[in-house]
Write a protein that binds this ligand. Structure first.
Ligand code: FMN
Length: 308
């Protein structure tokens, strides 16, 4: 996929995941072949009132190739203003979140609530496109409580979006059920702008199924948790599968920006994903650990014992 002078290479996108896709995770996923990465979702209103608070969420790693900043909100002028905020200047693309199902976001008419108000969604996209020299993309779901993804996709296209990413579930489904790949194929067949397919890609088989919809790119979220190697695996790149080195690198990047107390708590979930092979006592130790280095030692010892 190509947008102007932006070349998406192997067209593999790491999904935006608030509370998960931190700079260290994006760094390791990029080093294993993710072509494009997203910031965690950034509130346009927060950037308007207190940009300093958002600053730490916009840091990036030199390893990230195509950087996409994702914004959310419900006021067209505030979202359009965010586009020219210097905090977003390093992103090659700005994405508008119209898929978040979190109650605190939806109750403000933001995220996937916009799928219930397409005239407002259209105003937001048009205002952002007008305010931006960079491509504007939109991340959507099938619909709010039913599948009207064709109508939503057409609205995005007509409002000037450069591409859409479809997570093929409704808001009401949350993360339950299966992503509807037929809906992705239908959307791809009617839109002129590129479509990125998203939902449940976790291995070669699901990746091939997603590619068979005809999409221009594939976005991976939960399938990369604990497994940044997935990007190299799908691209058939050879690499050294050194899990401990990956974990250490993830932590090293975080240490450049955050304090140890924060990282210790924050990394527990990532460590449990990385070490999904651990069970029982070792998992509990990591889930309650007060020392990242000790948790890494537990993982390292387990790997060494198993390989003896
Ligand atoms: C913990 C978590 C946080 C997420 N945060 C965001 C977000 O900030 N913005 C967004 O557009 N989607 C967000 N998503 C949705 C993912 O980008 C993706 O659409 C969804 O997980 C389906 O893809 P998957 O099956 O590959 O995980 C989040 C998902 C998870 C699991």
């Amino acid at each position: 996929m190509q947008l102007g002078d932006i070349d998406f290479g192997g067209n593999l996108f790491l999904a935006p995941m608030a509370g998960v896709s931190d700079i260290g995770f994006r760094d390791v996923c990029s080093s294993f072949g993710a072509d494009a990465t997203y910031s965690e979702m950034l509130s346009a209103r927060a950037m308007h009132h207190n940009p300093k608070k958002t600053a730490l969420m916009t840091i990036y790693s030199e390893k990230e190739r195509i950087k996409i900043g994702q914004i959310f909100g419900h006021e067209p002028d505030i979202l359009a203003e965010a586009i020219s905020n210097p905090l977003l200047s390093h992103y090659q693309i700005i994405d508008i979140n119209m898929g978040c199902p979190a109650p605190k976001v939806v109750k403000n008419g933001e995220g996937s609530a916009l799928l219930k108000d397409l005239p407002l969604a259209s105003k937001i996209i048009s205002a952002c496109v007008k305010a931006s020299k960079r491509p504007i993309s939109v991340k959507i779901r099938l619909g709010y409580d039913h599948d009207n993804s064709l109508e939503i996709g057409r609205m995005c296209q007509e409002s000037g979006a450069s591409f859409v990413t479809l997570h093929a579930r409704t808001t009401q489904q949350g993360y339950s059920g299966k992503a509807d790949y037929e809906a992705i194929a239908r959307l791809k067949s009617v839109l002129k702008i590129p479509v990125i397919g998203n939902g449940d890609v976790v291995d070669e088989k699901s990746y091939q199924r997603m590619l068979s919809t005809g999409v221009d790119g594939v976005m991976i979220g939960r399938g990369a948790q604990g497994n940044p190697f997935i990007f190299s695996d799908l691209k058939k790149l050879s690499y050294d599968r050194d899990l401990v080195a990956v974990i250490k690198r993830h932590v090293r990047v975080l240490r450049e920006h955050y304090d140890e107390a924060f990282i210790t708590k924050y990394m527990r979930k990532h460590l449990l994903w990385y070490a999904s092979f651990l069970n029982g006592e070792d998992r509990i130790k990591i889930a309650t650990s007060q020392s990242i280095d000790h948790s890494i030692e537990i993982i390292e010892n387990h790997i060494m014992t198993c390989s003896e």
